[in-house]
Design a protein around this ligand. Structure first.
Ligand code: ADP
Ligand code: MG
Length: 482
């Protein structure tokens, strides 16, 4: 298995542990070496000091041939560590006094000592091969008619034991540190890499299972945060195109249902329309012909208002029931939108709303049914104004888009709760006390008749944005003037 095939978790663990072992290993080795040398140097220094302190006494004793006295001093010295033995070696290489008596009188064997004249009076530390061979030498003046050498053999067992203890301690420390590091690394890995990955994965899984409105929501400042933001943007885009598809699909399905309901609605509409017109002219007549008190006149005005509401509903119903045959002519989207804005400017609440127009400077001519389209835009901007009873900003934008011209109607109103989003295009769905619920159904039909697309984005409390895309010309079946 190659490193590339491992999971991220394994990769980070392997490389992290590898790096740790390398660093700790090199560090431990270097500090062991340093520490060993220090330990050895300290021991040797100790011995050199002892030898130097002893030198005058030994020189004096040996100069007078008092070998026994010299031996006593030396024996006292080697009774305590770190010195473990001694030799006094004459200029000709013979051993004069030694802690091991049999060596006395014989030539010194083993690694040759430096010439006594080359040994500084402060002494010299000799380190033989291997850790157990170490000694300290000091020159002795006036012994055996020249210079002799005092050789102190060091007890390296103690140093070596200390070094071994140090090593085991170092090893244990390294192991503990390594484990602690691995734990910290693991936790970091979990928190910094695995958790966001899981969050991303879970979000994507939910989205691909068809759940609506899923966002990964990785609120981080690192690369994962940026990745999460891109994924969220992608999800939003995907959702928009889904919403669009849903809208079109629903409009089609509704049309099918409307074949029957629509015929009935049209009939009822016509039935109501006639008596309605009669009542309206009767009221007009009454208000002209009869003298009335202010209270009576107010009552009559209210009746007129309500009649107008009924009239509006009937007209909406009729236009919804009618098959949308287009009277398509070249027109500019901007003038259609302007006409719709003029129409709603008189409605209650419109004066609290700031309208911002942003029209495409190119503003190409589209082949559309201006009257029907104006009706649709009027419904959209009317809804927007109704969504901002406390006032707000209505932004109407046109711009080139894939597949034609796009009209964007955005408000800063109450927004649409997610549970309603799927309902708003349906006929008779309304959340308003006097709403007919026919406005958006009509918009959807008109946009669809033009071969266009319609979708909506909304956030409760933030506002709603409707998008309409109109192709340059309507589909062939709709293009002909009826
Ligand atoms: P109506 O306006 O008669 O209620 P519509 O079909 O025009 O019917 O709208 C249906 C519903 O969609 C409204 O009742 C409202 O809940 C919602 N809606 C439409 N446009 C907006 C908007 N711009 N802001 C908030 N809600 C909206
Ligand atoms: Mg409406």
């Amino acid at each position: 298995m190659r490193l590339r095939d491992l999971s991220i978790r394994a990769k980070v663990l392997v490389t992290g542990l590898g790096a740790l072992l390398f660093v700790l290993g090199v560090g431990a080795l270097a500090s062991f070496r340093y520490w060993e040398r220090e330990q050895f140097a300290l021991t040797a220094e100790h011995a050199v000091l002892a030898a130097r302190a002893l030198r005058p006494g030994i020189e004096g004793a040996l100069a007078h041939g008092q070998v026994g006295a010299a031996r006593r001093q030396l024996d006292a010295l080697v009774a305590r560590p770190p010195a473990a033995g001694y030799r006094v070696v004459l200029n000709d290489g013979r051993v004069l006094v030694a802690s091991r008596r049999p060596e006395e009188g014989l030539p010194r064997s083993g690694t040759p000592l430096p010439d006594p004249w080359d040994i500084p009076t402060d002494g010299l530390t000799l380190r033989g091969r291997g850790e157990s061979a170490a000694s300290v030498v000091v020159p002795l003046a006036g012994v055996g008619g020249g210079r002799a050498t005092l050789e102190l053999l060091l007890d390296t067992r103690r140093i070596n034991a200390a070094i071994r203890r140090g090593r085991s301690f170092g090893l244990a420390l390294t192991t503990v540190l390594g484990i602690a590091y691995a734990v910290v690394l693991g936790l970091m890995l979990e928190r910094e890499i695995m958790a966001p990955l899981w969050q991303l994965k879970a979000g994507l899984a939910r989205a691909s299972a068809g759940e609506a409105g899923v966002r990964v929501g990785l609120e981080r400042k690192d690369e994962f945060g940026r990745l999460g933001a891109s994924v969220d943007a992608l999800l939003a885009k995907e959702e928009r195109s889904q919403q669009l598809a849903v809208t079109r699909g629903r409009a089609l399905a509704e049309q099918a249902g409307f074949a029957q309901v629509g015929a009935l609605a049209a009939q009822i509409g016509h039935e109501i329309k006639r008596p309605l017109a009669g009542i309206q002219s009767a009221i007009e007549l009454i208000s002209q012909e009869y003298a009335m008190s202010d209270g009576e006149r107010g009552l009559l005005t209210r009746v007129e208002d309500q009649l107008q509401q009924v009239d509006r509903t009937v007209r909406d119903l009729l236009s919804l029931a009618k098959p949308v045959g287009l009277n398509a002519q070249p027109a500019h989207l901007s003038s259609i939108v302007d006409a719709a804005l003029v129409r709603v400017s008189g409605t209650p609440g419109a004066d609290h709303v700031t309208v911002i127009r942003g029209y495409d400077p190119a503003d190409p001519e589209l082949v559309v049914d201006s009257g029907r389209l104006e009706q649709a835009v009027t419904n959209l901007v009317g809804n927007a104004i109704e969504a901002m009873p406390e006032g707000g900003v209505l932004r109407v934008t046109t711009r080139p888009a894939e597949g034609g011209q796009e009209l964007v109607v955005a408000d800063t109103g109450v927004g649409i709760p997610p549970k309603n989003i799927d309902q708003i295009m349906k006929p008779f769905f309304s959340t308003k006390p006097h709403g007919t619920g026919l406005g958006l159904a009509l918009v959807a039909r008109i946009v669809e008749a033009h071969g266009g697309r319609l979708w909506v984005e909304s956030q409760v409390g933030r506002g709603t944005t409707f998008h309409v895309i109109l192709p340059p010309t309507p589909p062939a079946s709709q293009g002909a003037t009826p």
